[in-house]
Design a protein. Sequence first.
Length: 95
Amino acid sequence: MLETLEADTALEATGASDTEGVVTIYSQADCVQCTGSKKFVERHGIPNVIVDITNDDSTRDALRVHGIKQMPIIIGPDGKVFGGFDAPSLLAYKK
């Protein structure tokens, strides 16, 4: 099941590489790759949290310190950060 959190709450979780064992997808409205990533993790049963940062520039800027300019910004439970729809990276978190 997809869960959407407010960006403020999600940013706090980021300090601990997000929730243990869960992929966190920071997305925004009208983002095809965000939608694709969300559907992909759901279809493959990958534990996830979806964070909508459409109207939260400060969170988006804080996440971009990783050098990623492409949405979605995805953080794996191991702390790996990547941008865009990346099926092979997401599949690595399938249990």
